[in-house]
Design a protein around this ligand. Structure first.
Ligand code: NAD
Length: 250
C-alpha cells in the first residue's frame, strides 16, 4: 500500500526541479498523477519516464487551468490533490526592476496559485474532499535584498492559503503551504548566479542542517499534506528549511 494510493493529483510546474520530484514520489506512493508545465518537451519526457500524464498548462491562464482540470476529470472522474508548485524567481534591486517583471512574478507565483484553487474548488467540494498544497518559500517569512517580487508573492501565498482554508474547510477541502529553504534545482542555481555579493558559505553556515535539500526531501512533506495522514491539518504552514528560520542567522 502506498501512502497516496489512488489519489488523483495535478502537479503544476512538473517538468523539472521539485515538481518533477513530487511527481515521481507521488507516483511511487500510488497516486494517479498528471503534471502540467509550459516546457512541453521536458514535461512530456518526465511524464513518459514516470508513466503519468502531461498537459500543457500555463498557470497564469484561466483557460489553461480549466483545460488541465477538465483533462484530469475526464480521465479519472475526480481530482483529489492539487500541488501548486510552478514558480519563478527574478532577482533585481527594487529601483532597477522592470514593473513588467515584478508583475510576472506575482502572476505566476500568486495569481497562478489562486487560479488553481478557484478551478479545483467545485469538483473537490462536489466530492466532499480534497487537499491543496501551495508551495511558498522561506521568502514567505523573511525578505531578502533583490527578491522583493519573489518574497511579496510568497508572503501572499500564505494569506491566500489561510483564507482558502477558512472558506473550503467546511466543504471537506484542506489547504496548506510548504516553505522550502535552499533546494538543489535550476531555480536555486540561477538565483545563486544572479546574487553577486551574497555569501553562499554564510548561508550554509547559518543552517543547523548545513547543506541544501534534495528535492525529494520536500516531496515527502508535500505527500504527507496530500495524504489522509494529515486529515486534521489545514491553513497551516510547514517549513522545510534545514532549520534556517529557527535561528538568528537569516
Ligand atoms: P524550477 O525552476 O526548477 O522549476 C519550476 C517549474 O515551474 C519549471 O518546470 C517551470 O517551467 C515551471 N513554470 C514556470 N512558469 C510556469 C507557468 N507560468 N506555468 C506553468 N509552469 C511554469 O524551480 P524549483 O526550485 O523546482 O521550484 C519549484 C517551487 O518551489 C517554486 O514555487 C519555487 O518558488 C519554490 N521554491 C524553490 C526553492 C529552491 O531553493 N529551489 C526554495 C523555496 C521555494
Amino acid at each position: 500500500m502506498g501512502r497516496l494510493d489512488g489519489k488523483v493529483t495535478l502537479i503544476t510546474g512538473g517538468a523539472r526541479g521539485m515538481g518533477k520530484a513530487h511527481a515521481r514520489h507521488f507516483a511511487a506512493e500510488g497516486a494517479l498523477v498528471t503534471i502540467g508545465d509550459v516546457l512541453d518537451e521536458k514535461g512530456q519526457a518526465v511524464a513518459d519516464g514516470i508513466g503519468c500524464d502531461y498537459v500543457h498548462h500555463d498557470v497564469t491562464s484561466a483557460d489553461d487551468w480549466a483545460a488541465a482540470v477538465d483533462a484530469v476529470l475526464g480521465r479519472f472522474g475526480r481530482i483529489d490533490v492539487l500541488v501548486n508548485n510552478a514558480g519563478i524567481l527574478r532577482h533585481a534591486p527594487v529601483a532597477e526592476m522592470d514593473p513588467a517583471e515584478f508583475r510576472q512574478v506575482i502572476e505566476v507565483n500568486l495569481i497562478g496559485t489562486w487560479l488553481g484553487i478557484r478551478q479545483v474548488a467545485a469538483p473537490m467540494s462536489a466530492a466532499g474532499r480534497g487537499s491543496i498544497v501551495n508551495i511558498s518559500s522561506i521568502e514567505g517569512f523573511a525578505g531578502a535584498a533583490g527578491l522583493s517580487a519573489y518574497s511579496a508573492s510568497k508572503f501572499a501565498v500564505r494569506g491566500l492559503t489561510r483564507s482558502a482554508a477558512q472558506e473550503l474547510g467546511p466543504l471537506g477541502i484542506r489547504v496548506n503551504s510548504v516553505h522550502p529553504g535552499g533546494v538543489m534545482t535550476s531555480m536555486a542555481l540561477t538565483a545563486a548566479q544572479s546574487m553577486t555579493g551574497v555569501d553562499g558559505g554564510g548561508f550554509l553556515k547559518a543552517l543547523p542542517i548545513a547543506r541544501f535539500a534534495e528535492p525529494v526531501e520536500i516531496s515527502r512533506l508535500v505527500a504527507f499534506l496530500a495524504s489522509d495522514e494529515s486529515s486534521y491539518t489545514t491553513g497551516a504552514e510547514f517549513l522545510a528549511d534545514g532549520g534556517l528560520l529557527s535561528g538568528p542567522g537569516y
